[in-house]
Design a protein around this ligand. Structure first.
Ligand code: GDP
Ligand code: MG
Length: 301
């Protein structure tokens, strides 16, 4: 008899910045979801495909699930991100609730409650254990957060240091239905290379720009051409105001060059190809609160 094969959709849920995308990448084994020290780095729902011994996990990485903010501050972009996070709960077989070790407050509880409503098994992933200076706080913490809550399992891990991932994978896989793989073994995401290229530029904006500026930017891939062994990629960085444009470009174009260089290196690694990347900065006033602009920039279902 064939050994059983399990596969299914697993939502990766949690408040912003706990390490959901880092975990998705670590399980997939490639950098398909961008990561930065800033909250709300992930704007889209993205499927990470992890083919493992005995099955396939389809990880649904999401923008952090948080309560809708008051109407006055919730831009069209915020509403989009919340829709994408909630949409991730549709059709899932299991969920990983990701929290940061030592932390549990109402934002984590909000994510937990949202998952309880879906009614799928929830595995609690206690991430960033490497950051705990005093390891003796871990056991009491695990006991405290499990108390009165229903988890199919609790796993302390470090997504960054790739600790505890094997046991976590096994446990989650066991919760999935017995069925054949839904994707080919060599597929790692449902997104196109074009989309991923745009995200890798946006990752550098999140990492290299200060204050609120990253949130006023988005990236549009205008050109994506396979030219023999070379990928020719043209990226437009959209900002909301002229002043922001000059900050992104930097003195003598230095900032924009650095953004382009880092993004290109990441693309070459992910696509396993030489990349020629050109970048431009353009202004579109108020794009982040403009539904039509959002759609042109790829924020649509
Ligand atoms: P997300 O918003 O939940 O997707 O979080 P990200 O994956 O973008 O990670 C947010 C930040 O936490 C980044 O700076 C990551 O490098 C960092 N991070 C994620 N996982 C770990 C971990 O296990 N240990 C440590 N020390 N940092 C982590
Ligand atoms: Mg993320």
């Amino acid at each position: 008899m064939n050994p059983s094969h399990r596969s299914g959709h697993v939502a990766v849920i949690g408040r912003p910045n706990v390490g959901k995308s880092t975990l998705t990448n670590a399980l997939v084994g490639a950098k398909i979801s961008i990561v930065s020290p800033r909250p709300q780095t992930t704007r889209h729902r993205l499927l990470g495909i992890a083919t493992v011994d005995g099955g396939q996990l389809l990880l649904v990485d999401t923008p952090g699930l948080h309560r809708d903010q008051g109407k006055s501050t919730a831009t069209a972009m915020h509403r989009w991100m919340n829709r994408a996070a909630r949409g991730a709960l549709e059709g899932i077989d299991a969920a990983m609730l990701v929290v940061r070790a030592g932390q549990w407050d109402e934002a984590d509880d909000f994510a937990y409650q949202a998952l309880r409503h879906v009614g799928v098994p929830v595995v609690l992933v206690v991430n960033q254990v490497d950051r705990l200076k005093d390891k003796t706080v871990l056991l009491p913490y695990l006991a405290q957060v499990s108390e009165g809550r229903e988890f199919a399992g609790v796993h302390p891990i470090s997504a960054l240091k790739r600790k505890g991932l094997e046991a976590l994978t096994k446990e989650v896989l066991a919760l999935l239905p017995e069925q054949p793989a839904l994707y080919a073994e060599d597929e790692i995401t449902d997104k196109s290379q074009r989309f991923l290229a745009g995200e890798l530029v946006r990752e550098q904006l999140m990492r290299q720009l200060g204050e609120e500026l990253p949130y006023a930017t988005t990236v549009e891939i205008e050109r994506f051409i396979v030219d023999g062994a070379l990928l020719r990629i043209g990226a437009v960085i959209w900002v909301e105001r002229d002043g922001q444009k000059s900050i992104v470009i930097g003195k003598g174009g230095e900032r924009l060059r650095e953004i382009g260089t880092k993004a290109r290196q990441q693309m070459e690694r992910l696509f396993d190809s030489k990349v020629f990347l050109e970048t431009w900065v353009r202004v579109r006033e108020g794009w982040s609160d403009d539904e039509a602009a959002l759609r042109t920039f790829g924020y649509h279902d």
